[in-house]
Design a binder for this molecule. Structure first.
Ligand code: UDP
Length: 307
């Protein structure tokens, strides 16, 4: 197999490259390094099966030779990053996704789109099943990501229906693990960084909002299985267990062995209240089930930060 991974220097993208290379595939990695980091790929610099191009997917990309799968993961993903770069985020989701779809069409390759639980917005149902259409504020600050990813899904389905593209869409729920930037603003990097500095953990709002976390190796397994399936409609990939942000703060402190307390800051606008995936479809179609329990995953992530 010869594949393209866009967003290769990002958190999930770099883990996906590692996995595909370990499976014996040849990987062409693309990243404009706007939020991705070259250090996430440094260990691959002498790997003959890996080639990296600093490339913005908003520009067309041509690959020589055969391409079997195009994995499109390029997009700012942390709220802090996409709120700082709204237009870039929309461009990556729209023009960028289109260029990656054209690449897939040109090579008759399978196209994989990394979508998000944010497609459900501030969901009014729980758990969120793939048939739920979501509750997204289309003009709020988060809309650049939420609507961007929803547009990327629409574009992917249009290429599937009109152009016969062989497509997959995964909706990823709060992925965490090593290589998340310590200062990227997302809750686990923030809490772990604060626990390591023994300062109070910044809980936004009351901390009663929930998320369902999934360790990166489990997500990568789900992505690989989905790409190998023939399911064109979206599939949720995430941890089935919900936890409040306040409970998460306790887990992090207990794993880190600190008691530094929490400080409450203002809740960001349109911050989703409850988020929990229904993963019955992934279980049924892919035989997929997350394996890494939250405390264990947090321990692995903490260990990667103190190295
Ligand atoms: N959050 C928090 N403190 C932080 C960072 C985030 O309480 O320092 C909250 C945030 O308001 C949200 C949840 O943690 O309710 C998850 O935030 P994150 O940015 O990781 O991802 P999201 O699911 O919102 O995209």
């Amino acid at each position: 197999m010869r594949v393209v991974v866009s967003g290769a220097a990002g958190f999930i993208g770099s883990h996906l490259c590692d996995r595909l290379l370990a499976d014996g595939q040849e990987v062409i990695g693309l990243d404009n390094l706007s939020t991705g980091r070259a250090e996430n790929l440094r260990h691959l610099q002498d790997c003959a099966e890996f080639r990296f191009f600093r490339h913005d997917i908003c520009d067309p990309f041509q690959a020589d030779g055969r391409i079997d799968v195009v994995y499109n993961l390029a997009c700012p993903a942390s709220p802090r990053d996409y709120l700082e770069a709204p237009l870039e985020t929309l461009a990556a989701c729209s023009q960028g996704t289109r260029n990656m779809l054209e690449l897939a069409i040109c090579h008759r390759a399978t196209f994989f789109q990394a979508s998000t639980s944010e497609a459900y917005g501030d969901a009014l149902v729980r758990p969120q099943h793939e048939t739920y259409w979501g509750n997204v504020n289309p003009i709020g600050p988060r809309s650049v990501y939420d609507e961007g990813k929803r547009y990327a899904e629409a574009l992917t389905m249009a290429y599937h229906r009109e152009r016969g593209a062989d497509t997959r869409i995964a909706r990823l729920f709060n992925v965490y693990g090593p290589r998340m930037k310590r200062g990227d603003g997302r809750v686990l990097p923030a809490f772990l960084d604060q626990a390591l500095r023994a300062v109070p953990l910044t809980v936004f709002g009351h901390g009663s909002q929930t998320r369902s976390f999934c360790y990166v190796s489990d997500i990568v397994e789900g992505i690989v299985r989905l790409a190998a399936s023939d399911e064109a409609t979206p599939v949720n990939l995430g941890g089935p267990d919900e936890i409040t942000v306040l409970e998460l703060a306790k887990v992090v402190q207990s794993v880190a062995g600190v008691d530094c307390g929490v400080t409450h800051l203002e809740l960001p606008q349109d911050d989703p209240n409850r988020r929990q995936p229904d993963i019955a479809k992934a279980r049924r179609l892919l035989g997929w089930e997350p394996q890494v329990e939250l405390r264990h995953g947090v321990r692995l992530m903490l260990a990667s930060y103190v190295k």
